[in-house]
Design a protein around this ligand. Sequence first.
Ligand SMILES: [Zn+2]
Length: 329
Amino acid sequence: MGFIKDNLYRISNKNLVGLFKKQSVYPYYHIIRDDKAAHIENLYQYKNIAQFKNDLEVLSKNFSPLSLGDLTANKNNGFLISFDDGLEEIYSVVFPILKEKNLKAIFFVNPVFVDNNEGLYKHYISVIINHLKDQNFRKESLDTISSIFNFSYISNDDFTAKFKNIRFSDRNKITDVLSYLNIDIHHYLKTQKPYISKEQIQEMIDQGFYFGGHTMSHPPLEQLSFEEQKKEIIDSIDWVKNTFSIDYSLFAFPFSDKKISKRLLTELLEYDKDILLFGNSGLKKDFDNRIIQRFSIEHPKKDIKKIIVTENLFKYYNKVIGKYKISRK
Ligand SMILES: [Zn+2]
């Protein structure tokens, strides 16, 4: 959250959640889990099962569930949740809860990680940071790793921040770090199974849940050329459609949609006239109603009602300052 939003969150009254009846909401998460996960815990915080169930109760009480077909119909007061990154918990934790409550959701997956043969480089970084914590941030390890990535650091926190922010093009060097620290990441993938499998996706699709692409390998798109960006996106949408014989095209931008060019969005909208593209810019209007903007309700210490009120107040603030409509270059 930014400065303005943080302040709006502080002053927002959760009892006003029922006030914003016209606005539909598209909250998203990555993972729901009661305990720690080494591949996630150094990247962001997440909700436990009880908190997730409470979110669903609040959403169901104040909004009506939307299906895919409702999304471009400008329906008032609806909600549809989604999950990014294809983590295993969407099958083992989220799927049974949603079935029980008769709710649907969209799941955006990275085909390269499905079936656990390979993982997201940021997840590897989290596993490595856990290992470094166990070593009490031994200076020799930090020095070796920072020299592999060619950065300097002044403290353990500074090291961690810089290590988490390495460039996508440097991700192959993580293999060197893993072998230097004797971490067997393939053993981790095979035993922990952080990602969903094709069989699990098929089972969820058979029960009416929606799946879409999230790029093949979750790159920060702004670090790729236009053609590379488009290929990462279209290949992931096609993979989901072809592997599971589904006829709709769904896609969510990894990290953020903020720097995505108008040209790329236009070409994606031309790829399939019924495509739905998902960003995470909050309650904002994009240049085409097939671009749906979401907001995160993942933070376990933030109250969902207060987040919804804040997002609505921020929407009015953006309208006043002329930033409600997203301008794309
Ligand atoms: Zn993602």
